[in-house]
Structure formats: structure tokens, C-alpha cells
Design a protein around this ligand. Structure first.
Ligand code: ANZ
Ligand code: ZN
Length: 893
């Protein structure tokens, strides 16, 4: 048995694969399959999350290649973005150089994982040959009125000195990148009109959730982000302190709670608030403080206005005037920028009311039961939680009392509508996509500003607008370096040829990643992003693999741009609903084993822990450390460097371990101690291969005859081995093709098959059966452990037939289903008559006898086998263990 040097095997096959021409699909007509892992940011080194994504996508790609598909499995680099620019500012390094270095390192690491990427299609979003087309897509949007400039209140990150998209601000109002508290300022910005596609983006989620093409939770997150609400616009009367009447409209999804309204609140930029601020310095002061309010702040400022519930105007006695507030919790760009406050039934309104009117009772308008046993009015302090779900209207609700929320919504809207006081409306949460960034390291926006002509698009033939190089003078600068590069900024207006200036904003990196996957279809095309022909051949992506952290933004933007390009007829979609990713595999995170001191809670360096004993102990104290699994991070000292792990265990063991350790969608707890199990498995495979090898070299096996011989010549071991191989291959095919989320079971199935074959013993098999089952095992292993499978394959498949294991079609089954049925029935169909004390008592199914050649060779074993089977039947138990004692039992059969 040769000793296995996994690193040497990896390197040998990596070189072989690189020098072999890619085999194109053997199927006719060719069937394509496009398998894509989310591309990486070139930070400089892979992390375990990358290892997990690329392993999953590589297994799928390799499996589909073996099935005869023309597989496209490309990758590239999401190469624009702040870290490169920050390196430049901190250390005076050109971001392009920094990025290229990192890409070179990471590409090497990716190859060392035994991956099978189409490197000839590789792209990098920061290369002019790529961003030329990002600019082209920008211009296509611009010419359709879908890219526009507008003054907008934007999130400004004072540390990175850039504008952030809403999505890049967390719920504490901090930048996702720098962690700085984000400020709100007004700036002229570029937007993409994604809202134009909101109906399509929402509707087609049905298609994605049908048949589980996308995980339900991702579909739900997208649906909530788009956020269509159906409700009503309702008009409240207003009277100011001088007695002048006017009105204000609010948007509500709960017209049924109208009897619970206690106040009206307006956004900080609502026209009525702006008007009032002109006359009230205190209000102005309040408005000026807005940037300092926390996002969930319930601050408020009461305006000198009374509001009147519209129900009072349709004859309801409930006419008490309601206070009106300016409040930061009311969003300026949602609905009407105004809300009706219902403390009893909305939790935000309840906290607002508790803060501003702690002693003013709230109105309970909705009851959880059809019978109204609610208190009617309650003091805010008595209401611990708002009752926010639908129910039945209480006796407070006059003519509507007793109606269900649903009935009441319809009736209240239609009653108010008669007086022009309400109308049913929809409201959408989705906002246009703010794409401009005041940074250097991004795709330049291809627009020129001319004082005579205004903004002028750069003519297509002048693309790309190339980023100027940065020199080391950038070190320590703040703001956008592009603003300071005069010779780049100053240019000629394409329209009037007068002096003009380039747009210095660059695009959000989400723009690059919104279309990169289309570029892989035709990544060398200089003239256009991709040809219609190549799009028709390769798009959409069949299987997209990536982290669930991209569930909202990246996927939404990519769906938008894809739908846009379908509308532009660059992509002819057939009937795939203009969806770019037909199947989405969202993989879970990788958590690292984390040690901390039980006394101080301090996270420990691995070097502070002694692993030599039976249980780990802290070197300094001798105590046992706390062990948890957490997101890998520097501060927790729990990160694992994939390169080190590959050096240590070989890529194939890592791949198998990653798949085996957890179902695809779940958190993977990275525990290197468990790789031993995988290594032992490889060792068993190695022994089996050696046995087969000996068989073949001693000529016991006629290599020209590796199909299954006639069934009646097979022995029980052959039948067992064949049936086990057959059931494994069924299960594996199912997993690889339909049930990718259970890839962990593929590894355990293969381990079981290996153990089964080892238990049976290769030498106990008819040589051709040994060959069939072992080669089937190798083929099934190949997508997961490609180099090790190739190495074993080379040892057992005779020279004449030697070709890469990946060029051998995946046949799946090792026998026909007729053969399988015959084998199975032969294995179990013997009926045995059981006599007890000379009387026939019952019959039982027992294993069929071994073939003639071996009959009589082991009759004791055969007898034991039959008795065991008989005792396992229900009759056997009753007749032989309950009604008769052991002595009799021995005599009877
Ligand atoms: C009264 C009410 C009573 C509400 C109740 C809810 C529950 P979704 O479902 O997300 O669309 N709202 C309306 N415009 C707002 C704005 N500009 N800023 C903040 N909140 C606003 O949310 C709709 C609900 O959010 C609306 O329904 C409104 O509060 C509030 F028991 O009206 B509701
Ligand atoms: Zn001009």
C-alpha cells in the first residue's frame, strides 16, 4: 500500500489539469450549464468562507461536466472599493498595484484548492477592458432616463468622506465599513431608477420561490425590501392658532384603527413643518439637531396646529382636536411623509405617546376577540405592548363596532371616499439606487459637465473613461483624489467643444457586481459588454452559489440590471422570467473554534492554550478554557488560514471535510481535529485500490471484460457489493443534481460505501465486480476529491483506457434496473418452511443460498445466517422464543 503524499498528489494533478485542453461537453445537442460562485474581493488572502463557496461550486461544476454538460465555471475579482484606496492613502501605494498583487496571490490559493475554473474567462472589475462596459451600461440607462442626477439628502460618512447608500448604514446609524456615525447632508447625486422595475422585481419572486429555486428566506428578504404595502391615503383637517383651516394627508396600512388615532406626526422636512419653522426659532433649533437623533428616536416637537379625525366630518361624535408633531421617526420619503398616530396599535406610536403624553389615555380600537371586552380607554402606562395584529373593532368605533379589521378597512375607506377624504393606495419601500461615490477607486461615471450644455454623456466611441494613475502624493490626503487631478478633470465638451469638466464621482461597486456574471459569457469582447449570441448561449446563470449576506442588495441590483438588459434586447430571455440566477445556493458561515478565559472572558491566543493533554487547558492557569464557535475575527484569535490548512491536510481532505461538517445552508463549525476522520477514509480507499491493483497485476482480472457477468455466476459478496454501490450512486446522483443543500450526505454515503466494500473484502469479489464497484466509488468521489480520485484512477484503470476520470461519463447506475431487481430478489426471495417438533408452523424469508461454486464451503455460517433471519421474523419470535424454550429451539429447525 503506497503512502499517500497529498500535497504531491494535489500538485501533480493541478499541473496536469492546467496543461490539458478543457474537454467540451460530450452531449449532443450540447447542453450548457453555468455554475457561478460569487466572486471575491481581492483582499489579499482567501478566508474559510471562500473555501466553502468555491468547494461547493466546484463540486457542482465537476459533477455536471462528468454528466456531459458544457459547463461554464468562471470567476474573477470584485476589485474596486475602499480598502485599496485606503491602502493608497495610508501607505502611498497605487491601488492598481495593490489590487493586482492581491489578485495574483489569491488566484494561486484558488488553484491550490483543486478547483476547476475557466481561467480563460477571468475578469477584474477594475480593468479598463471591463469597466468600459460598466460605463456603457451606465450610458444605456442614461439614454433611457434611468440614470439621473438629483439633489438628495444623503448619508455621509465623515470618516471615509463618502456618501453611503441606505443599505450601507446599519440600524444604529453607522457606516457598514468605517463604523462612523453617519450624517445627513444634501448633495447632488447620481441615481439609477430601479423603482421603474419594482413591479417586475416583486412579481418574479414568485417564479424564484416556485419549486425552491431560491431559498424561501432570501425571497422573503427581497420581498420585504421592495416592500409593497396596500393601504389608504387619509385626509385630516387642520386648524392653526389663527383659526385658518387646511388639511394634511397620511399614509396608513391600517384604516381600521382610525378610531384609535391620538395625534398626527409629520416628517422633519414636511412642507407644513418647514412653514412652521420659519415662524418658530425653537422648531428650527429642533430641526437642526436632526443629525444627532438616533434612528429609532421618539423625539418630537409639537406644532401650533390642531388636527381633526376625518371620521368627525362624516358624522362621528369623536371630534376632539388632535395634536400635531414634527418627529424624526416619520420618514420623509415614505408614503406621505406623515402618519396618523395610533398608540394602542402601533409600537412606535406607543413609545412616542408614552414619552410625550404619559397621562393621556389611548383608545383601544381593535380587540383580539369578536366580543368586545376591552377597556376602551387605557392609560399609556397600563399598555405594556401595542396590539398590532388584526382583530375586531371595539364599541369605541361607533357604526363600525363589531366588524372585523378586514371589513372595517374596506368600509371606512369607501365611506370616507364619498367625501373625498380617503383613497386606497399602494406604497413601496424600494427607493432609487444611489450609485455615485466621491471616491477614486471605482468606475468613472462617463459624464462631462459643460457650463453651456449641462451634463453631456461621453460618446460611446470615447469609452472607456480611464482612471488616471495615482502617485504617492495621495498619501495622507482626504476627500476624493480625483478632484485634485486637474489634467484629468479638465476636458473638452463633446457637444460644443468648449472647455468642460469630467464628473469626478465614481460608481458604487455594486454596479460592477450587478452585471459581472453576464460578462463571463463573452469576456474578451471589446466592442460590447457581451454579444447577443453569447448571451443566448450561456445566460442565465443556472446555479449561483454564495453567502446569504448578499441576499438583498447584490441580488436585487443584479436582477434589476438583468431585467433592464433583457428589455434592451441584449439578452433574449426565452421564458425564464428575465431572472439572472435560476437557482440560488446560499451557504452558511464558517465559524472558528474560540477559546476564552472562564474568569476574565478574555479571548485566548491558540499559543496560550495547551492542547497536549486529554482536554485543553490554559497554560497560565491550568484551567479548562471556555470553548465556543464564533464568526472568525482577528480579535477572537479564531481565524484559520486556508493556505496553512491546505499545506497541512491537502486540498481534497479540506474539501471533503468542509462538505461533510455541515449541511450547506448551516453554520459550519471549523474543527481541524475532525479532519482525521476524512484522512482515515482516504487511507481505506487507498488500501482498497491497492488490493484491486494486485488483482489486476496478477492477471486475475481480464481488463477487456469489465461489465457485469451473468448474475447466476455472482456470489453473495458480489451481490452485496453491487447493490450497495447501486444504492449509493442513486443517492449521490440525487444529492448532486437535486439536493445540493445536503452535500454533507454525499460524503457520508461515500464513506459508507468504502466501509462496506472493505468489510466485504475486495479479494472476496469476482474480479470484474471488484473493478466495477471500485471505479464507481472513484467516479462518485471525483467531484469532491478530484486529485485523489484521479490518482487512484490512474492506478486501477489500465493504460489503454487511461484518460482523466473527468472525461469518463458519469453513468450513475452500475447496473440496469432489471439486474438490480433480479439481484435483490435473488438475495431475499428464498422461502424457508419452518417446522417445530415436526409440525409446519410458518414460513419465513431468508437470504438465498450462495452460488453453487461456494456451496458447502461454509455450511456453519450458512446455518447461522438462516437461523438469524428466522428469529428476526415476528412468527419466529413468537414460536421460538415465547412458546418454546431454548432447548427445544435448538432441536427444531
Ligand atoms: C396607522 C397605523 C396603525 C399604522 C396601526 C400601523 C399600525 P408599512 O407596512 O411598512 O408600509 N407610516 C406611514 N408613513 C410613514 C412614514 N413616512 N414614516 C414612518 N412611518 C410611516 O408601514 C405602514 C405604516 O407605517 C403606516 O400604517 C403608518 O402607520 C406608518 F395600528 O398608520 B400606520
Ligand atoms: Zn458644451
Amino acid at each position: 500500500v503506497p503512502r499517500l503524499d497529498f500535497r504531491a498528489i494535489d500538485v501533480k494533478w493541478q499541473q496536469r489539469w492546467a496543461s490539458q485542453p478543457k474537454v467540451v461537453g460530450q452531449s449532443s445537442p450540447p447542453r450548457k450549464s453555468y455554475v457561478l460562485p460569487m466572486f471575491a474581493y481581492p483582499s489579499g488572502s482567501l478566508h474559510m468562507g471562500h473555501l466553502r463557496v468555491y468547494t461547493i461550486s466546484d463540486v457542482i461544476a465537476r459533477y455536471r461536466r462528468m454528466q456531459g454538460f458544457d459547463v461554464l465555471h468562471p470567476t474573477g475579482w470584485d476589485a474596486f472599493g475602499l480598502p485599496a484606496e485606503n491602502a493608497a492613502i495610508e501607505r502611498g501605494i497605487d491601488p492598481a498595484v495593490w489590487t493586482e498583487d492581491n489578485i495574483a496571490k489569491m488566484k494561486q490559493q484558488l488553484k491550490s484548492m483543486n478547483t476547476s475554473f475557466n481561467w480563460d474567462a477571468e475578469i477584474s472589475t477594475c480593468s479598463p477592458s471591463f469597466y468600459k462596459h460598466t460605463q456603457d451600461i451606465f450610458l444605456r440607462l442614461y439614454h433611457r432616463g434611468l440614470a439621473y442626477q438629483a439633489e438628495a439628502l444623503v448619508n455621509y460618512d465623515p470618516v471615509d468622506k463618502t456618501v453611503l447608500a441606505n443599505e450601507q448604514v446599519d440600524h444604529n446609524g453607522r457606516s457598514w465599513r468605517s463604523g462612523a456615525l453617519v450624517q445627513q447632508i444634501k448633495l447632488r447625486q447620481w441615481f439609477f431608477k430601479i423603482t421603474e422595475f419594482k413591479e417586475d422585481l416583486l412579481r418574479d419572486l414568485h417564479y424564484l420561490s416556485d419549486g425552491g429555486k431560491w431559498p424561501e428566506r432570501v425571497v422573503t428578504q427581497q420581498r420585504n425590501w421592495i416592500g409593497r404595502s396596500t393601504g389608504a391615503r387619509i385626509q385630516f383637517g387642520l386648524r392653526d392658532d389663527a383659526g385658518n383651516s387646511s388639511h394634511v394627508r397620511v399614509f396608513t396600512t391600517r384604516p381600521d384603527t382610525l378610531f384609535g388615532v391620538k395625534y398626527v406626526a409629520l416628517s422633519m422636512t414636511h412642507p407644513l413643518v418647514v412653514q412652521a419653522a420659519a415662524k418658530s426659532p425653537e422648531l428650527q433649533l429642533f430641526l437642526d439637531r436632526r443629525a444627532s437623533f438616533a434612528p429609532d428616536s421618539k423625539e418630537g416637537f409639537q406644532l401650533p396646529l390642531d388636527a381633526f379625525n376625518p371620521l368627525s366630518q362624516v358624522g362621528d361624535p369623536n371630534t376632539e382636536p388632535l395634536p400635531v408633531f414634527a418627529a424624526p421617526y416619520v420618514l420623509e420619503d415614505y408614503g406621505e411623509g406623515a402618519v396618523m398616530g395610533v398608540p394602542a396599535h402601533d409600537s412606535r406610536d406607543l413609545s412616542f405617546w408614552k414619552l410625550h403624553r404619559p397621562s393621556d389615555p389611548v383608545n383601544i380600537a381593535i380587540s383580539p376577540e369578536p366580543v368586545d371586552d376591552s377597556a376602551g380607554h387605557m392609560y399609556p402606562a397600563e399598555v405594556s405592548e401595542a396590539y398590532t395584529t388584526d382583530g375586531w373593532l371595539t364599541s369605541l368605533c361607533g357604526p363600525y363596532a363589531g366588524l372585523s379589521s378586514n371589513e372595517a378597512r374596506t368600509k371606512i375607506i369607501s365611506d370616507l371616499k364619498e367625501h373625498g377624504l380617503a383613497e386606497a393606495v399602494e406604497s413601496w419601500r424600494l427607493r432609487d439606487w444611489l450609485v455615485s461615490r466621491q471616491r477614486y477607486w471605482g468606475t468613472p461615471i462617463p459624464i462631462i459637465h459643460c457650463s453651456t450644455c449641462g451634463p453631456v454623456p461621453v460618446p460611446r466611441e470615447d469609452l472607456p473613461v480611464v482612471l488616471p494613475r495615482l502617485d504617492s502624493s495621495v498619501k495622507g490626503q482626504t476627500g476624493n483624489p480625483l478632484d485634485k487631478i486637474e489634467e484629468w478633470v479638465n476636458c473638452k465638451c463633446p457637444a460644443c467643444k468648449g472647455p468642460a469638466k469630467r464628473e469626478t464621482d465614481t460608481m458604487d461597486t455594486f454596479v460592477d457586481s450587478s452585471w459581472y456574471f453576464m460578462r463571463f459569457a463573452d469576456s474578451m469582447n471589446e466592442a460590447e459588454p457581451f454579444s447577443q449570441r453569447s448571451a443566448a448561449d450561456m445566460l442565465p446563470v443556472d446555479t449561483y452559489v454564495g453567502g446569504v449576506e448578499h441576499a438583498i442588495l447584490h441580488l436585487l441590483y443584479a436582477r434589476f440590471i438583468y431585467k433592464f438588459l433583457c428589455k434592451e434586447c441584449l439578452i433574449s430571455d426565452g421564458n425564464r422570467h428575465a431572472e439572472p440566477f435560476q437557482q440560488l445556493i446560499a451557504q452558511g458561515m464558517v465559524h472558528g473554534k474560540t477559546f476564552s478565559d472562564p474568569d476574565s472572558g478574555r479571548f485566548l491566543l491558540p499559543s496560550e492554550v495547551d492542547f497536549d493533554g486529554e482536554v485543553a487547558s490554559i497554560k497560565a492557569t491550568g484551567k479548562a478554557p471556555n470553548v465556543t464557535w464564533e464568526k472568525m475575527s482577528k480579535s477572537k484569535h479564531n481565524g484559520v488560514d486556508p493556505s496553512v490548512a491546505i499545506e497541512k491536510f491537502g486540498a481534497d481532505a479540506l474539501r471533503a471535510h468542509i462538505l461533510f461538517a455541515a449541511p450547506v445552508s448551516e453554520v459550519l463549525q471549523w474543527d481541524e481535529e475532525k479532519i482525521v476522520g476524512i484522512q482515515r477514509w482516504f487511507g481505506r480507499v487507498n488500501r482498497i485500490i491497492s488490493e484491486l491493483d494486485v488483482q489486476e497485476r496478477t492477471g486475475r482480472h481480464d481488463v477487456s471484460q469489465i461489465s457485469i457477468p451473468a448474475l447466476n455466476t455472482l456470489n453473495t459478496n458480489d451481490a452485496d457489493a453491487l447493490l450497495l454501490t447501486q444504492s449509493t450512486s442513486k443517492s449521490i446522483s440525487q444529492t448532486f443534481s437535486k439536493d445540493i443543500y445536503s452535500l454533507n450526505t454525499a460524503v457520508s454515503d461515500l464513506i459508507k460505501l468504502t466501509n462496506g466494500l472493505e468489510a466485504i473484502g475486495i479479494n472476496n469479489l469476482t474480479p470484474s465486480i471488484a473493478h466495477v464497484t471500485v471505479t464507481a466509488l472513484l467516479k462518485m468521489m471525483a467531484p469532491i476529491t478530484p486529485a485523489f480520485a484521479e490518482e487512484c484512477w490512474e492506478r486501477v484503470v489500465p493504460d489503454a483506457e487511461r484518460r482523466s476520470i473527468f472525461d469518463v461519463p458519469w453513468t450513475g447506475d452500475v447496473m440496469t434496473s432489471e439486474q438490480e431487481v433480479a439481484l435483490r430478489s435473488r438475495k431475499t426471495s428464498i422461502t424457508c418452511a419452518v417446522q417445530i417438533n415436526g409440525k409446519l408452523r410458518f414460513t419465513a424469508q431468508v437470504p438465498s443460498p450462495p452460488p453453487k461454486s461456494r456451496a458447502g464451503s461454509d455450511s456453519a455460517a450458512r446455518e447461522a445466517e438462516i437461523i438469524r433471519a428466522v428469529l428476526e421474523t415476528e412468527e419466529g419470535r413468537v414460536w421460538l422464543t415465547e412458546k418454546n424454550n431454548w432447548e427445544k429451539r435448538k432441536r427444531v429447525i
